[in-house]
Design a protein around this ligand. Structure first.
Ligand code: HEM
Ligand code: NAG
Length: 321
């Protein structure tokens, strides 16, 4: 009986809505070279612009978190639609959307009207991780682009904020089918990039607000020095997310456990025994982190996507056809 139940569960999982219609050889006939075009297109960009990989990885998360990975975040506000996803304050700090359009035009030159912007964004994020030293993640393809754009209200409701804590974080990622281990692993994305001071002010200066107790005192002093209270430029000034902010490694966990987590979520994961246990393992086992990150990345990338006859393949990533 037990075996039958588990076979049924396995079948349900394999035929589940998530990832249905996606496959690892989706462009085998229509654009077999797409993964190479994306990779070649990015190599130069990443050399010239070391901030790009982090920005593009976060861009992928913010696209996928709002009605699935459908490139909706790439659509520019138009005269008809001013209440766009990008106008949500939760998308503060999102940059480099235009790079996806650049890669798209390279793909269009060789495979016109075949590859969705949603897939290109996933492939770009995959390269951002690989080219900074992280794992090379095999991703299923076949997503379609949204034909309509969500409102900024949906983005407000779905995206986390600088004050998001552990419980909300785990809820977000369990909805994507992630385990506790995978949820802690996907936050390892904070091994790359920066946080603006405006994302830290509540942590640094509001004593009743976020838990600052775990902050290592000299690190707290460093953050306060770099992000002074009442500054008019908190939306412009920033700190690195970890000391190796251009390298995808497990330093994020080592730092957070040492009281040097930058964002509230980074510090709070250390206080929660469940997440802390996983962080401790990843801090001493980079391969284990890479494996869990890879499976979490795939789950994030397939959750609630448009496939088959749904949606469209956009001609340009920044506009609905
Ligand atoms: C609930 C979970 C999460 C919370 C609360 C959170 C919060 C934040 C915040 C507040 C920032 C700073 C933004 C700024 O000030 O410019 C940030 C940056 C970043 N986040 Fe997250 N994040 C979460 C999950 C993720 C996930 C799942 C990914 C990717 C898979 C990710 C990737 C990044 C990256 C790469 C940056 C740096 C961006 C850059 O340098 O341009 N985050 N995050
Ligand atoms: C800083 O960014 C936030 C989020 O987008 C925005 O609400 C706020 O008005 C900005 N502050 C300044 C001074 O530009």
């Amino acid at each position: 009986m037990k075996t039958i139940v588990s076979i049924v569960l396995v079948l349900l999982f394999r035929l589940g809505v998530d990832g249905d219609g996606l496959s690892y050889d989706f462009y085998e006939k229509s654009c077999p070279q797409v993964e190479d075009i994306v990779k070649a297109g990015l190599q130069n960009t990443f050399l010239k612009d070391p901030a790009a990989p982090a920005a593009l990885l976060r861009l992928m998360f913010h696209d996928c978190q709002v009605q699935g990975c459908d490139a909706s975040i790439l659509v520019d506000p138009s005269e008809e639609n001013l209440q766009m996803e990008m106008h949500s304050s939760k998308n503060f700090g999102i940059i480099k959307r235009e790079l996806i359009s650049v890669v798209k035009s390279m793909v269009e030159a060789q495979c016109p009207q075949q590859v969705s912007c949603a897939d290109i964004l996933i492939l770009v994020a995959r390269e951002a991780v690989a080219m900074t030293g992280g794992p090379w993640i095999e991703v299923p393809l076949g997503r379609k682009d949204s034909s309509a754009t969500p409102s900024y209200e949906l983005a407000d409701a779905m995206l986390p904020s600088p004050t998001t804590g552990v419980d909300e974080m785990l809820e977000i990622f369990s909805k994507k089918g992630m385990t506790l281990e995978e949820s802690v692993a996907i936050l390892g994305a904070h091994t790359l990039g920066i946080s603006h001071c405006s994302s830290l002010l509540n942590r640094l200066y509001n004593p009743s607000g976020d838990k600052t107790g775990v902050m290592e005192p000299s690190f707290a002093a460093f953050l306060r020095l770099n992000c002074p209270a009442g500054s008019l430029t908190s939306n412009l000034s920033f700190v690195l997310n970890d000391p190796t902010a251009f390298v995808f490694d497990n330093q994020y966990y080592i730092n957070a456990l040492g009281g040097k987590g930058v964002l509230k979520i980074d510090a709070e994961m250390v206080l929660d025994p469940g997440t802390a246990r996983v962080m401790e393992r990843f801090s001493g086992d980079q391969d284990g982190f890479f494996q869990a990150f890879s499976s979490a990345f795939v789950k994030l990338s397939i959750s609630g996507v448009l496939t088959g006859n749904q949606g469209a393949i956009r001609k340009k990533c920044n506009a609905i056809n």
